[in-house]
Design a binder for this molecule. Structure first.
Ligand code: NAD
Length: 485
């Protein structure tokens, strides 16, 4: 085992969980055992909430300009340790080193945004009648929680922790049990940056601990990122306890390719979007709709896909179950009459035979009823459908229950605008395969890709992590009563 067993992080210290239940942490790159992760109980959560509540008394009263100083230092530490953090992400998640570095760089950008929060939460003040002032302030909620998935062990925790904590909350993070290592390292860097003990805590586990988070009376808000199935469960359970909840779910993102799209650029973007992070991105292109004759572009997409080599510029998928699930989708599509133009099944990487790899896969002549057309595959696979018109393409896109992202490839500005207006998704790209909005713009899908109000990052997250206090004051005793008094 390469690393010592993972521990919880409570009140500034790494501590063992109370029970004995543990899972192995396996590297998808080569199948090697990296560590073990404890499955914590509600007793461990109680300890974390207690520590966070105590820390909140001082942290919430620390001026925001002081609080963000921690994040200026944390940002420098992320930069200083970029290589080491990227290697850890790569090891536990299986993505390539380049992708892991991009993920840590995104964590740095997210922290940079948190450092700017004092400029954005100034509140408002107005003299509403003679000598009477109304003022609004953003006030932290208390102890909040963030439950995160396996596909971005560094970036997704950093979607929530810098903003929530800079805004004055104390946090309990629940990492994915598949990738629990990076988060512990972030906790160490936060401590080195000067974050007081108890402000950030980590409790590892699975369903039991997620349920306990939703039920815990000491936790005010729950943010969740993961599959739609679990997002729904978490949203229902947390709101049943009258907690604020924002739960981001899965996705099935469509790229619409029009005949006037620039072939080379389009093919590169489609191939990169479907295969980046081995297709394990909620923003990955999973379905493509060719409008009219786009055969030449499809040929180029296949050319690009063949340049993607597992173990070199394509990472592993998270585990064997995932590898088998993805391969089953491809086989079923083939049996139903789709044509596999590039086949990523049965991929082995020399010297890493226990790694879990699926090669880039291009499936053509998919019909809208097939599972590869409607379900999230979460692997390096693109399912190509054909239509004659843009409206038919939009109808397919809009019929899917998710609504994370959609993109169009065209040189026609009017057509691009039409698709922006009519696509039923939260994030739209024009000639961009992965249309992630960058800070200060916020990240968030629609429909079954997100439950709750507002977005998880950027300016929109301020509303989620704070409540608004409205005060009305009068300092002119000579003024008489008015209708409000
Ligand atoms: P997941 O839903 O299996 O797990 C997410 C978290 O929930 C983990 O911490 C896990 O321990 C916990 N969990 C798992 N099953 C649970 C259950 N039954 N009850 C309570 N908690 C449970 O997701 P994953 O496989 O880790 O991540 C991949 C999914 O996340 C994909 O669907 C992907 O699209 C989605 N995702 C979405 C976004 C977004 O922004 N919308 C971003 C990243 C990932």
């Amino acid at each position: 085992m390469k690393y010592s067993p993972v521990q919880n992080y409570i009140n500034g210290k790494f501590v063992d969980a109370s029970g004995n239940r543990k899972l192995d942490v396996i590297s998808p790159l080569d199948g090697n055992l990296l560590s073990t992760v404890p499955m914590s109980s509600s007793k461990d959560l109680d300890n974390a909430v207690k520590a966070a509540k105590t820390a909140f008394r001082v942290w919430s009263r620390t001026p925001i300009k002081e609080r963000v100083q921690v994040f200026f230092r944390y940002k420098s530490l992320l930069e200083k340790h970029l290589k080491e953090l990227s290697e850890l992400v790569q090891e536990e998640n299986g993505k390539t080193y380049t992708e892991a570095t991009a993920e840590v760089e995104k964590s740095i950008e997210l922290t940079e945004f948190a450092c700017s929060l004092p400029q954005l939460v100034t509140g408002e003040i107005l003299e509403v009648s003679r000598g009477v002032e109304c003022r609004t302030e953003h006030v932290p909620l208390g102890v909040v929680s963030s439950i995160v998935p396996f596909n971005f062990p560094s970036m997704v925790p950093n979607w929530t922790l810098p903003n929530a904590i800079a805004l004055g909350n104390c946090m309990i993070m629940k990492p994915s049990e598949k990738v629990p290592l990076s988060c512990g390292r972030l906790a160490e860097l936060l401590k080195e940056a000067g974050l007081p003990d108890g402000v950030f805590n980590i409790v590892h586990g699975d369903v039991e601990i997620v349920d306990a988070i939703c039920d815990h009376p000491g936790i005010e808000a729950v943010s969740f990122v993961g599959s739609t199935k679990v997002a729904k469960l978490v949203y229902q359970r947390a709101t049943q306890h009258y907690k604020r909840c924002l739960a981001l779910g899965g996705a099935k993102n469509h790229l619409m390719v029009l005949p006037d799209a620039i072939p080379g650029m389009t093919a590169q973007n489609v191939a990169a979007s479907m295969s980046g992070c081995a297709g394990q991105r909620c923003m990955a292109a999973s379905a493509m709709i060719g409008v009219g004759n786009v055969d030449k572009i499809i040929d180029k997409i296949c050319e690009e896909a063949r340049k993607i080599i597992p173990g070199e510029n394509l990472g592993a998928v998270i585990n064997k179950a995932s590898q088998e699930r993805i391969e089953k989708y491809i086989t079923e599509a083939e049996q139903q009459g789709a044509k596999i133009l590039v086949d990523g099944r049965n991929t082995k990487v020399n010297g890493k035979e226990k790694g879990t790899y699926v090669g880039p896969t291009v499936i053509d002549h998919v019909t809208p009823g097939m599972a590869v057309a409607t379900e999230e595959i979460f692997g390096p696979v693109i399912s190509i459908m054909r239509t004659n018109t843009v409206d038919e393409a939009l109808a397919i896109e809009n019929a899917n229950p998710y609504g994370n992202a959609a993109s169009v490839f065209t040189q026609n500005g009017g057509m691009a605008r039409y698709i922006i207006e009519h696509a039923n998704a939260g994030m739209i790209g024009v000639n961009i395969g992965v249309p992630v909005p960058r800070e200060p713009f916020s990240f968030g899908g629609w429909n079954e890709s997100k439950f709750g109000v507002g977005d998880i990052t950027g300016k929109s997250s301020i509303e989620f992590w704070t409540k608004l206090k409205k005060s009305t004051t009068k300092w002119n005793p000579e003024a008489g009563v008015n209708w409000m008094s």
